[in-house]
Design a protein around this ligand. Structure first.
Ligand SMILES: [Zn+2]
Ligand SMILES: [Zn+2]
Length: 76
């Protein structure tokens, strides 16, 4: 196994674009609702609601997909 001098998490960060910049992808699909705060998966560009939301899709996505890096998708 090669030694990686960088933070291994950086390997997960890709130049993604949010697929659904203003809404939680999962919530939209199932017709649920979310609170204002959204998270963006920096690996695949999935937008998901944060832990403040009922469904916690960002957490679910990280667990299901193994994508560990999410950033906040709030303006500024
Ligand atoms: Zn959601
Ligand atoms: Zn992802």
């Amino acid at each position: 196994m090669a030694v990686n001098a960088y933070d291994p998490h950086l390997a997960w960060v890709r130049p993604v674009r949010p697929r659904t910049p203003h809404e939680c992808d999962e919530c939209r699909r199932i017709g649920s609702s979310w609170v204002v705060h959204l998270r963006l998966c920096l690996t695949c560009g999935r937008v998901a609601c944060c832990d403040s939301s009922q469904m916690r899709h960002a957490r679910g996505h990280a667990q299901l997909s193994g994508h560990p890096i999410v950033s906040s998708l709030e303006p500024g």
